[in-house]
Design a protein around this ligand. Structure first.
Ligand code: SIN
Length: 281
């Protein structure tokens, strides 16, 4: 299996395979490539929802997907869909985040399969949290060891956000009070498969910090972290083609779906693999 690197930091493309027929050792190789490159694009796939579920389950059990009504026939599949008529409505995934990081065991991988892609726009941006960690100063690396992130979906999916999500006619996103639940995760975690050290931060769901008393200092640090972790030097921007199957590692990346294709349809199918409780560094 040959992986072609897409940047000097993260991202690789894999051509000429069919994920439906991989044997166990090929699957292990693909998984290792996803961990190594943090986001991989397997080109030229044509999966039914059931085939995507079967592939995804080979990476691990499905993660719970709160707030988003799944496909009625395939409860493990989320249709990421913006219809042409939805215009400038807020798009699903349209803020920097790591999938469902507010869960006690946030997803390891997300698998996203492109079915209908606008003629331009709708790219997905990724940022490597491994590289963002590596670029910290020695002092920051030491200071961050004792911090924990307060992960919550309250500013994404609590009832006050319902109107923001209701502009998508093809997705049913149901905000509720459970979005106020909070999970504490280490700021700096060890990737369970690569052993790399990673900054586990994303602005959408890390809404406070435990370990710094002064509120203003916490706010300033979060603002700095957002700018630092989404800096272009840690990034890869994926231009989609129909048939792409992207597999990204939520333990070592953040991502952001751009919303620059008003008037065009975009449909992708998403499955999410449950991860483990983050291991502190
Ligand atoms: C997501 O955040 O899962 C959606 C990403 C995308 O639509 O590109």
């Amino acid at each position: 299996m040959e992986a072609t690197r897409l940047t000097g930091v993260l991202g690789a493309r894999i051509d000429g395979i069919d994920v439906r027929v991989l044997d166990d050792s090929e699957l292990a190789e693909l998984r290792a490539l996803a961990c190594e490159h943090e986001v991989i694009c397997v080109t030229g796939q044509s999966l039914t929802p059931l085939e995507q579920v079967e592939f995804s389950r080979r990476l691990g059990p499905a993660a719970e997907s709160p707030f988003i009504e799944p496909s009625p026939d395939h409860p493990e599949v989320i249709k990421v869909l913006k219809e042409a008529r939805d215009g400038n409505a807020f798009n699903f995934g349209g803020a920097w985040h790591s999938d469902f990081s507010f869960q006690p065991n946030p997803p390891s991988f997300t698998v996203l399969h492109a079915l209908d892609i606008p003629p331009y726009g709708g790219d997905t941006c990724f940022s490597s949290m491994t590289r963002a960690y590596d670029a910290l100063s020695l002092q920051q690396k030491e200071d961050f060891l004792s911090l924990r992130g307060v992960h919550t979906a309250r500013d994404a999916y609590s009832p006050k956000m319902q109107a923001v999500h209701s502009g998508l006619s093809g997705m049913n996103i149901v905000c509720d009070e459970s979005a106020h639940d909070v999970t504490l995760h280490p700021f700096v975690r060890v990737h369970p498969e690569t052993g790399r050290t990673v900054l586990f931060y994303n602005r959408a769901y890390v809404r406070d910090i435990v370990g710094i008393e002064d509120e203003q200092a916490r706010k300033s640090l979060m603002e700095w972290l957002h700018l630092h972790t989404t800096d272009a030097r840690f990034g890869y921007r994926h231009r989609w083609s129909r048939g792409d199957l992207l597999i990204w590692d939520n333990r070592s990346t953040q991502h952001y779906a751009l919303n620059d294709y008003a008037g065009f349809r975009r449909e992708l199918h998403r499955t999410t693999v449950a991860g483990e409780i983050p291991i502190p560094a």
